[in-house]
Design a protein around this ligand. Structure first.
Ligand SMILES: NC(=O)C1=CN([C@@H]2O[C@H](COP(=O)(O)OP(=O)(O)OC[C@H]3O[C@@H](n4cnc5c(N)ncnc54)[C@H](O)[C@@H]3O)[C@@H](O)[C@H]2O)C=CC1
Ligand SMILES: O=C(CO)COP(=O)(O)O
Length: 339
């Protein structure tokens, strides 16, 4: 494997990936785990997939691998990380987390859970505008791999980079992870906006203000501001808020059409993390006193406290303020707290 990507051309990158020199364990064989497996195999790596539904042994799957990748949906992250802790991995091998969610019990991000369970291993976050269906169709896409251990991020960059998947590195795992996680809440709002046919002006206003909200939460929780303008922040928001391939977008769209949350989730079948993330985010916002007006309306909508039309009216009628302001304006209780 080459260590300095900056000096590589795309041609020699592609040829370096022909070697079948890595064995990868991918935990989670759903939409995203399967798409990541396809990208790794395209580069000549050996992939072992594990999920409870496959019924194979997680211990056998992770034995002697060079890299572990978790694409498990949020409820499975903590139990699986604890299983891996009990099994033990080869010394120093990186663990890549590709889950976009927040833990209901602890409000932690997936990388925080993996770091706590496997503190001897470098943790790398993989996140970007990566709708799995397009990746499976071999359409070009870009992503970010972020870690406090930049050598580990470089390894993961090399493993996945190809002419159809362009991988950037970052040293801001928290910001990279939160961008991909928080935009799922906004994708629900965007789906509502389109489902109600509110028009291009409304959607542009919503997404721009939502980015400000994501930055406010994300920087408060330790992410770097510029990360949220990158692929894992704005980039992923654009992908999921504008595509009915996004399940979170489809949740919002379905609610705007008058379906119940249960009906929409049943139609989607696979994971829509934004529903749980909204609930956890509001818990964090209450605890930390963060102003999250758009997420708050999504929360109320998901919890049957308001209709889509009432959410729009409430957002439009909020207190007037400058677009940009220094410091914190105290949140009104109606933005984060009380129904
Ligand atoms: N599908 C996509 O386009 C993308 C998805 N993601 C994220 O990847 C994660 C997984 O998403 P998908 O693969 O689409 O969902 P999915 O519903 O297709 O698959 C979820 C996987 O997690 C496993 N799982 C669920 N609960 C578990 C538990 N308690 N213990 C162990 N394993 C468990 C399931 O067996 C399955 O393999 C989500 O956090 C999602 O936000 C990230 C980028 C793209
Ligand atoms: O995160 C994703 C694309 O980057 C997938 O979005 P959904 O989970 O909304 O389908």
């Amino acid at each position: 494997m080459q260590s300095n990507l900056n000096t590589n051309t795309q041609e020699n990158l592609d040829s370096s990936f022909d070697s079948q020199d890595k064995i990868l364990a991918i935990l989670g064989a759903g939409r995203w785990g399967s798409a990541l497996a396809g990208l790794a195999r395209y580069n000549g790596h050996q992939v072992r997939l594990w999920s409870p539904s496959l019924g194979n042994s997680i211990e056998d799957v992770v034995a002697d691998v060079d890299l572990v990748i978790s694409a498990i949906s949020m409820p499975g992250v903590s139990p699986t990380a604890n299983q891996i802790k009990a099994i033990g991995l080869r010394e120093n091998i990186p663990i890549v987390t590709a889950t976009k969610g927040l833990d209901t019990e602890t409000t932690c991000t997936p990388s925080q859970i993996w770091s706590a369970c496997c503190s001897d291993h470098p943790i790398v976050v993989l996140s970007g505008p990566n709708l799995s269906k397009e990746i499976e169709q071999e359409l070009p896409a870009a992503t970010v791999v972020a870690s406090l251990d930049i050598d580990a991020a470089n390894i993961v960059q090399q493993v996945f980079s190809s002419k159809r998947f362009r991988v950037y590195t970052s040293s801001d795992p928290v910001g990279t992870e939160l961008g991909g996680t928080l935009k799922n809440v906004i994708a629900i709002a965007a789906g509502v906006c389109d489902g109600l046919h509110l028009g291009t002006n409304a959607k542009s206003g919503l997404l721009t203000r939502a980015l400000t909200e994501i930055i406010r939460i994300g920087t408060h929780l330790g992410g770097q501001k510029e990360t949220f303008f990158g692929l894992s922040g704005l980039g992923d928001m654009l992908a999921t808020c504008n595509s009915n391939l996004s399940r979170n977008y489809r949740v919002g769209y379905g609610l705007a059409e008058g379906k119940t949350l249960e009906e929409v989730i049943a139609e989607i079948e696979t994971t829509a993390e934004g529903v749980n993330t909204t609930n956890v985010l509001i818990e964090i916002a209450r605890r930390e006193q963060i102003n999250v007006p758009i997420s708050w309306k999504v929360y109320q909508l998901l919890n049957n406290q308001i209709t889509p039309q009432q959410a729009v009216e409430a957002l439009m009628e909020r207190d007037l303020k400058p677009e940009f302001y220094e410091g914190i304006i105290q949140p009104k209780s109606s933005d984060t707290h009380q129904p």
